[in-house]
Write a protein of this length. Structure first.
Length: 75
């Protein structure tokens, strides 16, 4: 995480303020399990399987109607 692009502001809105403050002020790292619990990530995969999972999700996205995808990702 780095302070450009608004990531620090968005983090404070996504997770409890105290955890965000601790992470931002101390550099504390969270585990994958903790990040999943707080909704910062959507999946945990074994080492070397991230691309496979990303492709699986991309295929499911591509199976949806293009106008729906456009409307969902507009904002």
């Amino acid at each position: 995480m780095f302070p450009l692009g608004g990531s620090t502001i968005r983090l404070r809105r996504q997770i409890p303020y105290t955890l965000a403050a601790e992470m931002l002020l101390t550099g504390r790292r969270v585990s994958a399990e903790e990040a999943l619990d707080y909704g910062l990530i959507g999946h945990i995969v074994e080492d070397g399987h991230a691309l496979e999972k990303a492709k699986e999700i991309a295929e499911r996205i591509c199976d949806n109607a293009p106008l729906s995808i456009k409307a969902i990702t507009k904002y």
